[in-house]
Design a binder for this molecule. Sequence first.
Ligand SMILES: Nc1ncnc2c1ncn2[C@@H]1O[C@H](COP(=O)(O)OP(=O)(O)O)[C@@H](O)[C@H]1O
Ligand SMILES: Nc1ccn([C@@H]2O[C@H](COP(=O)(O)OP(=O)(O)O)[C@@H](O)[C@H]2O)c(=O)n1
Length: 224
Amino acid sequence: MNKRISIAIDGPAAAGKSTVAKIVAEKLTYVYIDTGAMYRALTYKALQKGARLDSEAHLIDILNDTSIELQPGEKGQKVLLDGVEVTNDIRSSEVTNQVSYVAVHELVRKEMVKRQQEFAVDGGVVMDGRDIGTHVLPNAEVKVFLLASVEERAQRRHTENIQKGFPSDLEKLKEEIAARDKIDSEREVAPLKKADDAVEIDTTSLTIVDVVGKIMDLALERIG
Ligand SMILES: Nc1ncnc2c1ncn2[C@@H]1O[C@H](COP(=O)(O)OP(=O)(O)O)[C@@H](O)[C@H]1O
Ligand SMILES: Nc1ccn([C@@H]2O[C@H](COP(=O)(O)OP(=O)(O)O)[C@@H](O)[C@H]2O)c(=O)n1
């Protein structure tokens, strides 16, 4: 049997990480793990409980009492929070605009990283996030850092919102994406950063098929 490797895909908001990670995982029959969904699920629960998002102690208490499951579903990955599906709820703009404040806390990250590493223990995973190549899977055989201009990323989310029938304001999206990138890149613990050994791919003028092709080439080289 071929070696089952780990593939880490990091990058800023709306760079295309989850889209290509999902396709690469399908092609290789690997498990896809969306780590952003885990931070989103915790944020959703904390907001429901009226928790202060600047209170690390409160958030870690909530997380220690929370189960987050990621399951393959018909339309991509399903997210279960304490056994209840929240796949769509965690994509609300309220969660999107608050999640980076939850993700700054060291103890929260430590627990999330532990859970993520457990998912990946047997290899055969494609994991996307912000700190996968640098902290979660530092020994991943393939590390990719996806980039695109903020204008392109906002336009992609805008098109996606319109296709889904959601209200969408391109200028506001641009500001929100830039604000989230800033918090994610400037936080002290495991900031968004390209791992030294990651391959950078600027997707601004690439199609999804192009990006998947480049990652598959890297993966197949390592799988042998
Ligand atoms: N290379 C690409 N070219 C055009 N659109 C893309 C590309 N990659 C992803 N997209 C689209 O951009 C949007 C954001 O992608 P997504 O995978 O959700 O980003 P991320 O996981 O990095 O936040 C989606 O609507 C997706 O279909
Ligand atoms: N490994 C990760 C994944 C996400 N996150 C946080 O979770 C947020 C949401 O991640 P996401 O991947 O769902 O974001 P999108 O780019 O898909 O909108 C990010 O903006 C980060 O604040 C993180 O800190 N570390």
